[in-house]
Design a protein around this ligand. Sequence first.
Ligand SMILES: [Zn+2]
Ligand SMILES: [Zn+2]
Length: 275
Amino acid sequence: MEKWICSTCGTQFPPSEQPPETCPICLDERQYVGYNGQQWTTLAKLKNEGFRNEFKEHEPGLIGIGTTPSFAIGERALLIQSSQGNILWDCMSLIDEETIVHIKQLGGLKAIAISHPHYYSTMVEWATSFDIPIFLHEADRQWVMYHSEHISFWSGETFPLSNNMTLVRLGGHFAGGTVLHWQQGVEGKGALLAGDIIQVVADRQWVSFMYSYPNLIPLPASEIKRIQDTIAPYPFERLYGAWFERVVTHDAHAVVLRSADRYIRALQSLPHTSH
Ligand SMILES: [Zn+2]
Ligand SMILES: [Zn+2]
C-alpha cells in the first residue's frame, strides 16, 4: 500500500495498492492535467530524489517553508510563532524528519489552517506527525481527498484561530477560499496571509484574483466587489502571497483595494486611469 501523491497539485491520497485513476483536483478546471498525463509519486520517492525543505524568516515570528527544487505548484507554507502556540498557514507535500525536528526547535505546532484545496497537499501527514487539528472551510469539503479525524471544518465568514489571528473567508478562487489576518504582524500594523486567494502579481505593487490561474479564467465583477468589501475592515501593512518572493511589503491594504477597483474597471470596459 502507498499513499500516492499527485505530481501536479501535490495532493496525497489515502493508502491504496495502485495509484488512483485520476486526481479530481487536477481534473477540475481550476487546475490541469499535465501534457504527459496524470503522474504520481510518493513521499519516499520525493526524499530519494533529493527534495528537501528550506526555511526562511520573512519577519520576526513568521517563517516560510518551501521545497527545493520546487515540487507541484511550488507550495510554500508559513509558520507563525505565537505565545498561544504556533500556526502552520497553508501546507506543502514534502514532510521529512529534518523538517519535523526544525519545526520542533521553533516551538512546534498547535494547528494548521489552509487557504484552499491547492494547498491541502499532505496535510494529514503533517497533522498526524504533530497530532494537531487542520482547519478547513466547509464549503470546500468535496475537495478533501484524504479524510482524517484531524480535519475540522469551520463554517460562516470568520473563524478566530487565536486572539490575534482570524481566518476570513473570501471565496472567489474557491467557495471556501480563506485568508489569515495576523493582527500582530509587521510590528502590530497587521499582515494578511493570502495564498493565491489574493494573488500578488509580478511587480508586487498590485494583486489580482482569478477563478483559475493556469487556465486564466477571471472572476465576475460582483465577486471582486464582494471580496473587496469583505477584506476592507481588516488593517494590514503587508500581504504574503503564495510563494517566497510574492510579498507586498508596504501599504498592502490600499494595494488590494485599488487592485480590486482596477479589475472591476477592466471587466466593465471603463477607461483605464493610472494611479
Ligand atoms: Zn492533482
Ligand atoms: Zn489555487
